[in-house]
Design a protein. Sequence first.
Length: 117
Amino acid sequence: MEFKAESSKYGSLTINELRKELSKRGAKLSGRIKDLIERLEAYEGNFNFGKSQNDIAQEYEMNTPNEAMFKDLHEDMVVPKISMASVDAYLGPLNKVLAKDSINLVHEKFLCYSSAV
């Protein structure tokens, strides 16, 4: 089945007008004119998929609780600096070694802390 823009009520709109209409519906704006027209027709045929512009905006709202109600679990935690001896002690039983670049990061003090899970 061949698509004909002329047969659509959106066929006379420019690409910018099509994108504006799609934007009102919160729809994807990219694609060829044919894709934009088909997307608009799908939204129209499905009553904007049950969403008004206000519904779309509310979907992405985020309410966060008051920060004063929470405490950082790690704020009192002291993390010791790592040394090559501690790295070797950890990796030795696993038969693993650090790559040369990682060793250089430790020696040059670029890598001072680490965690292992």
